[in-house]
Write a new protein. Structure first.
Length: 161
């Protein structure tokens, strides 16, 4: 499980920085979407580029989870880094960060799911591209086709037997 950090003594100067694993295909896919969503409100840097800038957060922790680090030094870790980044989007009406802060069950479930995905990134990258397509900027609802195919198969089998 990743360790949560509340604060860093080495915050970015101008705007929040999302620190992520540049060698992770799953991470790159979703970071591409977040960049489009947040525009120039957030800088996106790989931990391979900037981990040394945040000396009070161990490198091994950057390898386990993404971190959103704000100019006031506040650090959001794992799923909450993603949820908090939504607050910098043009829509700004996503409830996930507040749910994470206020609902223990949502926080626990988010942390566990995030940790599971982090430990199985190649599988989830393949699943993501299978369900949504290879271009993160143009999601395709392939999952609907797969769901309809399964329902059709189920109906055919149940009609035959």
């Amino acid at each position: 499980m990743f360790t949560k950090y509340d604060h860093t003594a080495h915050p970015p100067k101008n705007k929040p920085v999302m620190v992520w694993d540049g060698q992770c295909g799953f991470c790159k896919y979703w970071i591409t979407r977040w960049k489009r969503m947040t525009g120039d409100q957030v800088d996106y840097k790989t931990f391979q580029e900037v981990a040394g800038d945040f000396a009070d957060i161990p490198l091994k922790e950057f390898k386990k989870a993404s971190r959103l680090i704000e100019p006031d030094g506040k650090v959001y870790s794992g799923p909450d880094s993603a949820y908090r980044s939504y607050d910098f989007s043009q829509k700004r009406n996503y409830p996930f960060h507040n749910w994470y802060l206020k609902n223990g069950w949502f926080q626990k479930a988010s942390d566990r799911v995030y940790n599971h995905i982090a430990k199985n990134r190649p599988f989830y990258h393949e699943l993501t591209t299978t369900l949504f397509g290879k271009d993160p900027l143009r999601l395709k609802p392939y999952w609907v086709i797969y769901l309809l195919a399964l329902i059709s198969l189920f109906l055919i089998i149940s009609l035959l037997f």
